[in-house]
Design a protein around this ligand. Structure first.
Ligand code: ISC
Length: 364
C-alpha cells in the first residue's frame, strides 16, 4: 500500500487519539461521499498529537500479479501528481549515502544507570511494578538527504516477516502487530522475550523471558472485552525468527462487535506491556523518570485505516525518525526490563534490534 500527496489530515492527542482522528476522517469522507484510506502514526506519549493523513493518491496491491486498486481523493489532479513523482525520481541520487554515527560518549553510562535505577524499583515489591520497557537512540548523519522510499523498499525486501512502514519521516519494519481488523476478524501479534539467533535455544525455557512475554500477552487479553472483542484464540508462545533477533511471539485472533473500529481497539490496547510495562501507568511514569530520550512516535501505533473501521496498526519498532531535511536519522530500540535484568545484556539486545535500520539507512 503506497500513498502520496495530502488530501486532508486529522490530528488528535489526549485520551483515545486514534478514534478521535478516525471519527474526523470518517465524517470528512462521508460529507464528500468518498471512501479513501488514511495512513497514520501516533506518539508513545498521548499528550503529543498524532495524525491521520488521507493521501491524494493511494495504490493498494493485494497480491503480486493481481489487479491493484488506485484511490484518488476528491479533487485530486492525478496527472499533476504523476508528473511530480516522475520529477522527484529523476532527482534521486544513485550513489549510496555516506553515513556517520554521532559519537555519544555518555550513551552506555546513561543506559546502565536507567536500567539499574529501574531494576531497583522493580525489586522493591512495595512499589508494585513488574516490568518497564526502556529505550535508547543512536543518531546518524548523512552527506545528502536520505531517501525514504528507497529505505522502505530495502526493508520490505529484507524483512518479509515484518510490516514495513514509512509515514512522515518515521520509517521501519516492525515485527509487532497491535491490531488488524479485516472482515470482522481481529488479529494481533504480541512479542516480548528476545535473544540473538545464536542463543535462541534458551528462549522458550527461560523463566525471565517467559514471564516478560506473559506480562505482554496479559496486557492485551485483559482489555479484549473493553475493546469489543469476543471469543479470543491464542496461539503461542512460539519462536519468531528474524534475521537479527528471535522473539517469543503469541498471535491472538478474535471476533469483533460490528460497530468496533481498528482505531478504537488501538486506543484500548495501547500501550501494551511490550513497549510500556506492567502496570501500565506506573511503568509509564518510570519511563518518564529515567529514559533519556523523547520517544516521539517510536513505539507508538503506526498504520492505516478505512472509513468502515478496518485497518492495520503496528507498534513502531525497529525504526528511525528522519530529520526535517532528511540529512539525519535517529534510530530507536528498547528492551523489557524485569528485576533480574542485566544492563549489559539489555544493551546488546538493543544493539541487535537496531541492526536492520543501521543497514537500511545505507540503502537510502
Ligand atoms: C521495545 C522493543 O521491543 C519490544 C518488542 C519485542 C521484544 C521486546 C523485548 O524482548 O524486550 C520488547 O518488549 C524494540 O524493539 O525497540
Amino acid at each position: 500500500m503506497v500513498g502520496w500527496g495530502t488530501a486532508a489530515s486529522f490530528s488528535a492527542s489526549g485520551p483515545r487519539p486514534a478514534s478521535t482522528a478516525w471519527q474526523q476522517f470518517r465524517d470528512w469522507s462521508r460529507k464528500l461521499d468518498s471512501d479513501p484510506l488514511a495512513f497514520g502514526s501516533f506518539p508513545f506519549d498521548p499528550a503529543a498529537p498524532g495524525r491521520l493523513v488521507v493521501p491524494a493518491v493511494t495504490i493498494v496491491r493485494t497480491a503480486q500479479g493481481r489487479r491493484s486498486e488506485i484511490i484518488c481523493a476528491p479533487q485530486t489532479d492525478l496527472l499533476a501528481i504523476i508528473e511530480a513523482g516522475r520529477q522527484s525520481t529523476l532527482m534521486r541520487d544513485p550513489a549510496a549515502p555516506r553515513l556517520r554515527e554521532v559519537d555519544c560518549a555518555d550513551a552506555r553510562r546513561s543506559w546502565t544507570s536507567a536500567v539499574s535505577a529501574t531494576t531497583t524499583v522493580l525489586a522493591d515489591r512495595t512499589a508494585g511494578i513488574e516490568k518497564v520497557v526502556l529505550s535508547r537512540a543512536v543518531d546518524v548523519v548523512a552527506d545528502r538527504p536520505l531517501d525514504e522510499l528507497r529505505i522502505a523498499r530495502w526493508l520490505g525486501e529484507h524483512h518479509r516477516d515484518c510490516w514495513t512502514f514509512s509515514h512522515e519521516g518515521l520509517i521501519g519494519a516492525t515485527p509487532e502487530l497491535l491490531v488488524e481488523v479485516s472482515e470482522a476478524i481481529f488479529r494481533c501479534r504480541i512479542l516480548a522475550g528476545t535473544r540473538t539467533p545464536a542463543w535462541e535455544g534458551e528462549l522458550l525455557d527461560d523463566p525471565k523471558e517467559r514471564h516478560e512475554h506473559e506480562l505482554s500477552v496479559d496486557s492485551v487479553t485483559a482489555r479484549l472485552e473493553e475493546a469489543g472483542l469476543n471469543d479470543p484464540h491464542l496461539d503461542g508462545p512460539f519462536l519468531l525468527r528474524l534475521p537479527n533477533v528471535t522473539h517469543l511471539a503469541t498471535d491472538i485472533t478474535a471476533s469483533l462487535d460490528p460497530a468496533v473500529s481498528s482505531a478504537h481497539i488501538t486506543d484500548v490496547l495501547f500501550p501494551t506491556a511490550a513497549i510500556c510495562g506492567t502496570p501500565r501507568s506506573a511503568a509509564f511514569e518510570q519511563i518518564r523518570r529515567v529514559e533519556s530520550i523523547d520517544r516521539g512516535r517510536f513505539s507508538g501505533p503506526v498504520g492505516w485505516t478505512a472509513t468502515d473501521g478496518s485497518g492495520q496498526w503496528g507498534l513502531a519498532l525497529r525504526c528511525a525518525q528522519l530529520s526535517p531535511d532528511s540529512r539525519a536519522a535517529r534510530i530507536f530500540a528498547g528492551a523489557g526490563i524485569l528485576a533480574s535484568s542485566e544492563p549489559d545484556n539489555e544493551w546488546h539486545e538493543t544493539q541487535a534490534k537496531m541492526a536492520p535500520m543501521r543497514q537500511a539507512l545505507h540503502h537510502g
